[in-house]
Design a protein around this ligand. Structure first.
Ligand code: NAP
Length: 285
């Protein structure tokens, strides 16, 4: 981008493009080098997690994952199976999918009717840690459908899980979430964040990832184009506005096993990179 020919036939347009490219690079550079939270604290959670894992395992805690058939959900399930941290992992969705992890006795898939969640209170009872990775898009579901899934389903299921004993909820929100904002997507996520805060979980961890870098199975052409264009950005400014789903999953797990976490915490994109322990920001990673 930066070696664009500014002396071409249309100098005005060339200069404008050069200016935009430099401004964008500057903006991304600022984002890349801005620390939103306490890096030492995040690194201590990421690094300390290895020691905590054995103790955590001995606690024989149970987990529930919502949205496990999605991209982040599947990365999380893979990692949970690899790390073997929970005595039971309940996977709740609207359909059963073929899953290697299904062969493991501690993993169980449960189908629920999200329009009648009340009828499935049992499925949401008896879990210690919940990972909420549910969501749709406006393009897929329309405005009302999007609100139904990303707001109503998320909050109703969280409330039922809380009533059923859930202690630590990990909620996947988004970069820019703002309950006072104008844009449907970020406003809805912000509203959910606020509503979850007043449910008073023993621990609530909110993740605000940027664009998820994943080879999505489902066809979403606009998202695929955006991701393609963001590949060089992710190379030069890896923590500014993008994140691989595996990093989100690993950050959630590192946080879940940590004994350092606060009762309510919000992790911005860069924080999630650091918390994952695979970003290279921590001395030992
Ligand atoms: N894409 C991004 O770049 C990005 C960035 C930041 C945050 N986020 C947020 O992060 C979360 C996870 O994203 P993702 O891309 O991993 O999700 P995803 O691949 O789209 O998966 C979404 C999950 O929600 C379930 N779901 C969707 N509509 C449903 C409905 N009507 N009823 C029941 N379940 C439904 C899906 O089930 P099925 O498999 O049955 O459809 C799937 O398990 C979402 O909340 C998303 O908004 C995404």
């Amino acid at each position: 981008m930066l070696w664009f020919n500014c002396d071409g036939l249309l100098p005005g347009i060339s200069i404008a493009i050069c200016f935009l490219a430099v401004s964008l690079a500057g903006f991304l550079g600022v984002l890349e080098h801005t620390t939103f939270s306490d890096v030492d604290y995040l690194c201590s959670m990421a690094e300390g997690s290895a020691n905590n894992r054995e103790m955590f395992r001995q606690g024989k805690k149970t987990a529930v994952v919502l949205g496990y058939t999605g991209e982040t959900g599947q990365a999380l399930v893979k990692q949970l199976a690899k790390e073997n941290l929970f005595s039971k992992v309940t996977l709740i969705g609207r359909r059963i999918i073929p899953l290697n992890e299904s062969e493991r006795p501690e993993f169980e898939q449960k189908v629920v009717d999200f329009e009648n969640l009340e009828e499935h209170r049992d499925a949401f009872s008896g879990h210690d840690v919940g990972f909420w990775c549910l969501g749709t898009t406006r393009a897929k579901a329309g405005v009302e459908g999007f609100k139904r899934v990303d707001h109503d389903y998320v909050l109703k299921s969280a409330e039922m899980a809380k009533a059923g004993g859930l202690k630590h909820l990990h909620f996947m929100s988004t970069m820019g979430a703002d309950h006072r904002g104008m844009a449907l997507y970020t406003k809805t996520k912000g509203q959910v964040e606020e509503a979850l805060k007043v449910m008073h979980f023993a621990r609530l961890s909110i993740y605000r990832p940027g664009v998820l870098m994943v080879n999505r199975q489902e066809s979403r052409p606009m998202e695929a184009i955006a991701r393609f264009l963001l590949v060089p950005v992710a190379k030069v400014f890896p923590t500014a506005i993008t994140i691989p789903v595996e990093s989100v999953a690993q950050a959630m797990i590192n946080n879940a096993v940590s004994d350092k976490g606060k009762s309510v915490e919000t992790f911005e994109n860069k924080d999630i990179h650091v918390l994952s322990g695979i970003s290279g920001h921590c001395p030992k990673s």
